[in-house]
Design a protein around this ligand. Structure first.
Ligand code: NAD
Length: 498
C-alpha cells in the first residue's frame, strides 16, 4: 500500500510507529496510509528549522520573493496532477480542486510583493535630532495545523506568508488528505527554498499537542472545527505563543423580497452543495424574508436540487462528489435524522444515495429542510454536508438577527436589489465576512480572511496585511546621532519630544 511520509530536512527519520488510513472517498476503500509523527520527530524538525531560519531571514526580501515567483510557476505547471491528487483523497471534483489550489496560489502572488510590504515606517526628526523607524522581523519558527477541506489553499495561506516574511515553517496538515501538502513542500524546495524552511509533519492530536507545547515554536496558526480551535488557542497561548485559530461556521444567506430568485437559486445550489457542503464558507442556511419569498424560493429550489448531479470526483459533469470519510457521511446522515426528529420539514432527503459501480463510496445526496427553527440543534450546529436549511423570517430585522445571534460568525450573504438594505445589513450584521449578492464572500488574497465569534479565536486574520502582522513582530528604533557636544543635563522625567 502507498505510504505517505513526512517532508523533513533530514533523511534519517526513525521508522514511524503509527499510521493513519487515507481513504478513497469515491470507492470507500483505504488507498494509502500516512505516517503519524510524535514529539521526538517534532524535536528534530524544530532543530533543523532553527539551524536554517537565521540565514533565510537574512536573505534580502526580493530574493525570498523570487522563490515565491518560481513556486507559483511550478504549481501552475503541475496543476493537473495536484488537482487530481487532491480530488482523489478529499472527494471534491477536479475543477473544484483546481480552485482550492488556485486560491492558495493567490496568496503566493501576494507574497511575491513581500519586499514592498516589509518596508517599515520612518519618521525623520520625531524630536530634536531624533529619528524613529520601525521594522518587521520574523518570529523564528511558526507552525500551521490545517483541516481536511482545503488541503491546498489553507496550507498556502499560512506557509506562504510565514516563509516570505523570513520564518521557518512546520506544517501539520490534515491526516485525512495529506498528499498535496507534501507535494507543495517538494515544489517549494524545487523553487529554491532552502532545506529546513518548510517541513511537513503528519500526525493527529499527539503531534498537535507537541507543537503547542514546544518552547521553540513562536506562533501557531490553526484552521479546523471550533472546539479544537478553542483548545488550540488556549493551550498555545498558555505556552506563551502567538495563536490564531479559525473555527467552524454556519453561514446564512438572507433573501430579500426584491431579490432575483433565479439568480439566488443558482448561487445557492453552488454555495450549499458545492464540495458536498464541506466548506467553511458554504451557505447551508437560507433565510427568505416574507411568506411570498419563502414559497417562491422553495418552488424554484426543489427542481434545482433534483437537477444536481452527484458523481465521482473525476466526473467532469458532476456538481459535487463524495464526502471525505464514512464517519463524516454517518455524521451528516445523523443530523438529517435529528432534523426530522426536531420537527423540521424534510423536503428532499439525501440519505441512502448510492452511485452505481461505487456503492461503497461516501456519497450523500442533496438535502433540503424547510421550517427550521433557531432553537433546533441542527440549526445551531455545523453539519458540514450537502444539507440546506430554510429558516423563514417575517421581516429584515428578524432576518439580520439570525446570523447576528448565531454562535458562529464566519460568513453571511444578502441577496437584494435594494442598496439601502444591503448597506444597512453590511454595517449591522455581527459576522466577519459579508457578501452582497455574492454567495461565498471569501476575500481576495490581499485582503484578509477571518470570521467572528466562535469562528475565530485570536485577533488576527489570515493572509494579506493581517497575515504579515501575524508572522512578524515590530521593532521600533529611536535614534539620535549627537554631534559630539554635551547634550545638557540628565533627564529624570519621562522624555517627551514636544
Ligand atoms: P478538525 O478540527 O477535525 O481538524 C483540524 C486539525 O486539527 C487537523 O489537522 C487535525 O489533525 C487536528 N485535530 C483533530 N482532532 C484534534 C484534537 N482532538 N486535538 C488536537 N488536534 C486535533 O477539522 P476538519 O474536520 O479537518 O475540518 C473541518 C472544519 O474546519 C469545519 O468545522 C470547518 O468549518 C472548519 N474550517 C474553518 C475554516 C475557517 O477559516 N474558519 C476554514 C476551513 C475549515
Amino acid at each position: 500500500m502507498r505510504e505517505i511520509s513526512h517532508k523533513l530536512a533530514f533523511a534519517d527519520a526513525p521508522v514511524p510507529g503509527r499510521f493513519g488510513d487515507v481513504f478513497d472517498p469515491n470507492n470507500g476503500g483505504v488507498q494509502a496510509r500516512v505516517a503519524l509523527g510524535d514529539r521526538a520527530l517534532l524535536d528534530r524538525a524544530v532543530e533543523a528549522a532553527k539551524k536554517a531560519q537565521p540565514a533565510w531571514a537574512a536573505v534580502n526580501p526580493q530574493r525570498r520573493a523570487r522563490v515565491m515567483f518560481n513556486f507559483k510557476a511550478l504549481v501552475e505547471q503541475n496543476m493537473d496532477e495536484l488537482a487530481r491528487l487532491l480530488s482523489s483523497e478529499h472527494g471534491k471534483v477536479v475543477a473544484d480542486a483546481k480552485g482550492d489550489i488556485q486560491r492558495g496560489l493567490e496568496v503566493i502572488e501576494f507574497c511575491c510583493g513581500i519586499p514592498h510590504v516589509l518596508k517599515g515606517e520612518y519618521t525623520q526628526s520625531a524630536g530634536p535630532g531624533i529619528d524613529v523607524y520601525s521594522m518587521r522581523q520574523p518570529l523564528g519558527i511558526g507552525a500551521g495545523i490545517t483541516p481536511f477541506n482545503f488541503p491546498g489553499m489553507i496550507p498556502l495561506w499560512m506557509s506562504g506568508v510565514a516563509i516570505a516574511t523570513g520564518n521557518a515553517f512546520i506544517l501539520k496538515p490534515s491526516e485525512r488528505d495529506p498528499s498535496v501538502p507534501v507535494r507543495l513542500a517538494e515544489l517549494f524546495q524545487e523553487a529554491g527554498l532552502p532545506e529546513g524552511i518548510l517541513q511537513v509533519l503528519h500526525g493527529d492530536k499527539e503531534m498537535v499537542d507537541a507543537i503547542l507545547d514546544h518552547p521553540d515554536i513562536a506562533a501557531v496558526s490553526f484552521v479546523g472545527s471550533s472546539d479544537i480551535a478553542h483548545y488550540v488557542y488556549k493551550r498555545g497561548v498558555d505556552a506563551g505563543k502567538r495563536v490564531q485559530a479559525m473555527g467552524g461556521a454556519k453561514n446564512h444567506g438572507i433573501v430579500m423580497p426584491d431579490a432575483d430568485l433565479d439568480q439566488v437559486v443558482n448561487d445557492l445550489s453552488g454555495a450549499a452543495f458545492g464540495s458536498a457542503g464541506e466548506r467553511c464558507m458554504a451557505l447551508p442556511v437560507v433565510v427568505p424574508v416574507g411568506e411570498k419569498t419563502a414559497v417562491a424560493l422553495r418552488e424554484k429550489l426543489i427542481p434545482a436540487i433534483a437537477a444536481l448531479r452527484v458523481g465521482v470526483s473525476t466526473d467532469p459533469e458532476a456538481h459535487y462528489g463524495p464526502v471525505v470519510t464514512a464517519a463524516h457521511k454517518a455524521k451528516i446522515e445523523n443530523y438529517i435524522q435529528m432534523g426530522v426528529d426536531e420537527g423540521a420539514e424534510l423536503v428532499v432527503d439525501g440519505r441512502g444515495f448510492t452511485l452505481q459501480g461505487h456503492e461503497q463510496g461516501f456519497f450523500v445526496g442533496p438535502t433540503l429542510f424547510d421550517h427550521v427553527k433557531p432553537a433546533m440543534r441542527t440549526y445551531r450546529e455545523e453539519i458540514f454536508g450537502p444539507v440546506l436549511q430554510m429558516v423563514r423570517a417575517d421581516n429584515f430585522e428578524e432576518a439580520i438577527a439570525l446570523p447576528s445571534q448565531h454562535e458562529y460568525g464566519n460568513g453571511v450573504a444578502i441577496f437584494t436589489r435594494n442598496g439601502h438594505a444591503a448597506r444597512e445589513f453590511a454595517a449591522r450584521v455581527n459576522v466577519g465576512m459579508v457578501g452582497i449578492n455574492v454567495p461565498i464572500p471569501v476575500p481576495v488574497a490581499y485582503h484578509t480572511f477571518g470570521g467572528w465569534k466562535r469562528s475565530a479565536f485570536g485577533d488576527t486574520n489570515q493572509h494579506g496585511m493581517e497575515g504579515v502582522k501575524f508572522w512578524t513582530k515590530v521593532k521600533t528604533v529611536t535614534q539620535r546621532w549627537p554631534d559630539g557636544g554635551a547634550s545638557g543635563d540628565s533627564a529624570f522625567v519621562i522624555p517627551t519630544m514636544g
